[in-house]
Write a new protein. Structure first.
Length: 338
């Protein structure tokens, strides 16, 4: 049986029954309550004269309940909530906000920290309106439901001379050495435009490459130019899905020296870092928009913002810092990272 608090009606019954001379055990039997429950109730809420009053007992109960409830940390209009809103508008996730606030804790700002669940609850507890709609839109997904995975028949043609991900060196899985990338395309309206995305596994460093379209020729030009902007030590391998835009992958390898491995069909979890970063990129390049309007300089600016975002797995350091440290560790004088 689950416990429930005494109601005002039960307290009134206790008051009347006590005045009629009934014992606490008799009253408990009548209310189907434990005698100890009534004993604590009378002892805790009796007046100075020793009498029991239902109205006074209910007032004391409400006062105690107000004290025991912790105050909400994020109240609309408070300075802390305004800081959280500012970070959300700058594309930080609730988890990144929580980590950033934790690092900001000082003796004069010791109450700044809130966990990510508090941020989520504060957003969804807002009254229906423009602010709530805006903040939900700032979240990574912005949806309350997830699209289920369904098995589908692979209708794509085979890419010539593919090397399977299962033949990839095991050192890549450890994410300790720089230069191993995961790649993909994000497509625009009617699949007429595309942007190449690359993420470096050891640091989470992001590169965006402008493509004229989603053809194999454009992929060769875009990915080759993007990878050749990186130091030689940061160009070792790339893992990709079996999209037809990689039909000329041998030309990318020839132009950059990067070995290319291919995932199994319908297995996005084999490129988990890239799938995650694509979700971040979609905040800047939404689905259904024409991506051809973005210049390479604009894409570089978006990549810079992503590379300056704090990451939990690096103790909330940013990918630019981490990649620089890793390259410096593996070579004495690393070239500049563009």
């Amino acid at each position: 049986m689950s416990y429930s608090e005494l109601s005002i009606e039960e307290r009134a019954t206790i008051q009347v029954s006590l005045r009629q001379g009934m014992s606490l055990r008799q009253i408990a039997h009548m209310l189907r309550r434990s005698p100890s429950t009534l004993s604590r109730e009378v002892r805790r809420n009796q007046t100075q004269s020793g009498a029991y009053c239902a109205h006074s007992a209910q007032t004391h109960r409400c006062a105690r309940r107000m004290v025991c409830r912790p105050k909400r940390k994020l109240l609309l209009g408070s300075e802390r909530f305004e800081l959280v809103i500012h970070m959300l508008r700058n594309r930080l996730s609730p988890e990144q906000i929580a980590g950033k606030l934790k690092r900001m804790m000082t003796p004069s700002f010791e109450d700044a920290y809130v966990c990510r669940e508090t941020v989520y609850n504060a957003i969804y507890a807002l009254p229906v309106g423009q602010l709530k709609k805006e903040l939900i839109h700032c979240l990574r997904q912005g949806k309350s439901t997830r699209k289920p995975r369904r098995g589908q028949v692979d209708r794509r043609g085979q890419i010539p001379d593919m090397v399977s991900i299962h033949l990839r060196p095991p050192e890549i899985e450890k994410r300790e050495m720089p230069g191993h990338w995961e790649g993909d395309l994000i497509k625009g309206k009617n699949n007429a435009s595309a942007v190449g995305t690359l993420v470096e596994l050891s640091s989470g460093y992001v590169i965006l490459a402008k493509l004229h379209d989603a053809t194999a020729t454009s992929a060769v030009e875009g990915f080759s130019a993007a990878l050749n902007r990186m130091p030689l030590a940061a160009r070792k391998s790339m893992t990709y899905d079996q999209g037809r835009e990689m039909a000329k992958h041998a030309q990318i390898t020839q132009a950059t020296g990067v070995a290319i491995y291919f995932c199994d069909p319908h297995s996005p979890w084999q490129r988990g870092s890239n799938e995650n970063i694509n979700g971040l990129i979609r905040q800047y390049l939404p689905k259904g928009t024409d991506l051809s309007h973005h210049t390479q300089e604009e894409l570089d600016a978006i990549a810079l913002q992503l590379n300056m975002r704090p990451r939990k797995r690096f103790d909330f350091r940013c990918p630019v810092e981490v990649l620089g440290e890793i390259l410096a560790k593996h070579q004495e004088s690393p070239p500049a990272i563009h």
